[in-house]
Design a protein around this ligand. Structure first.
Ligand code: A3P
Ligand code: MG
Ligand code: MG
Ligand code: MG
Length: 331
């Protein structure tokens, strides 16, 4: 069932208004300008102290935390409370430790400065506690009932720290299915294939992919130019961090994305939900290595057979055969 039907059924005027806003605007990450302001500020002056290592040894930065706090703040402001359920990557456990106090101060300043320079919301400056609570609002477990927003505040943190590719990924699950997906890829070059204005675009970066179930995938430029075209999955391969890979495939920069994880690694829904709908609505297919569609309804993790295959409908049967042959040989 599409979200708008669901809302009509609930006949809540304010809900309908808010969700209409989100369908339109979340097709822009809420709020795109707000987030980009924060992320570009951090990116321009990333300090060594802005990066920490999490218990799983992966990096996290003030931008990951700041982005999660902002998305949570915006969704809470815009949605009726019964529609606010956020499954997000970060939590405040490490930030509450004594050694993280400087980092927490920096995040709080960043979030407040970003909200003030954007000027869209009336707000009293957020305290450090408010920021910790905003981050922890992303603790929902998701699942197969109701709606849940799924957020990766910075996907590809390693790429972000290197000044390479990363994405801000937001998706909306309804009864376990991905209904909306938005991928902001601030460092992704504008497309160079089949564009008449190719030369003027080559040095420019920053793309936003958005997809709604049944409505296709769109790409626009983060500088505010209007969406250019409906996308089709067609052409050759790329190497990069983050779900920018899904965006690249959706616009035809690549034909195949294969991802295999170590045995025992639990793949998270926020690493794939937005990317998955961006590709499928562009006409592509996303499955596990056994050819099953990804199931986003079982909580924070995906229960995957070996890995993830992303490609076009045409290539999928061949690719699936090849993958299964290799897996058989390996076992
Ligand atoms: N050992 C592992 N196997 C598979 N994925 C992992 C991993 N360690 C971290 N990841 C996930 O891989 C994501 C990055 O994807 P990619 O390799 O495509 O850039 C990370 O997202 P974050 O950067 O949001 O933490 C993280 O969730
Ligand atoms: Mg991470
Ligand atoms: Mg991620
Ligand atoms: Mg992340």
């Amino acid at each position: 069932m599409v979200l708008s039907d669901l809302l009509e059924r609930k006949k809540k005027k304010s809900s309908v208004k808010s969700l209409k806003w989100l369908m339109k605007e979340s097709l822009l990450l809420p709020r795109k300008q707000l987030l980009l302001l924060l992320i570009f500020t951090v990116q321009k002056s990333l300090l060594l102290s802005d990066v920490q290592s999490k218990s799983d040894k992966t990096p996290v930065t003030v931008a990951d935390y700041g982005s999660q706090a902002l998305v949570s703040f915006v969704l809470k402001r815009e949605l009726p409370s019964e529609f606010f359920s956020l499954v997000a990557e970060e939590d405040s456990v490490d930030l509450r430790k004594d050694e993280s106090q400087e980092m927490l101060k920096r995040i709080t300043t960043l979030v407040n400065d970003t909200l003030s320079s954007d000027g869209r919301y009336d707000f009293s400056p957020l305290s450090e506690d408010d920021v910790l609570n905003a981050i922890d609002s992303g603790k929902s477990e998701g699942g197969s009932h109701g709606q849940h927003w799924v957020l990766d505040p910075i996907d590809g943190t390693k790429g972000f720290v290197r000044g390479d590719q990363y994405a801000i990924a937001l998706a909306l699950l309804d009864e376990g299915n991905v209904m909306l997906g938005v991928l902001a890829c601030p460092n992704l070059p504008l497309p160079t294939t089949g564009q008449s204005h190719q030369h003027s675009l080559q040095s420019q970066v920053g793309c936003l992919f958005s997809a709604r179930v049944g409505a296709g995938t769109y790409m626009e430029f983060l500088d505010g130019s209007p969406p250019t075209k409906k996308l089709g999955v067609t052409a050759p391969p790329v190497r990069m961090d983050s779900q920018a890979k899904y965006g690249a495939l959706a616009r035809g920069d690549g034909a195949i994305y294969l991802r295999f994880h170590h045995q025992g690694y639990h793949v998270k829904i926020w690493d794939h939900a937005a990317g998955c709908i961006v590709v499928t609505e562009a006409g592509g297919v996303v499955t596990d290595a056994a050819g099953n569609p990804l199931d986003f309804s079982i909580g924070k993790h995906l229960d995957l057979e070996k890995g993830i295959i992303v490609t076009s409908k045409k290539l999928m049967p061949l690719l699936l055969n090849a993958v299964q042959e290799v897996l058989k040989e390996q076992s």
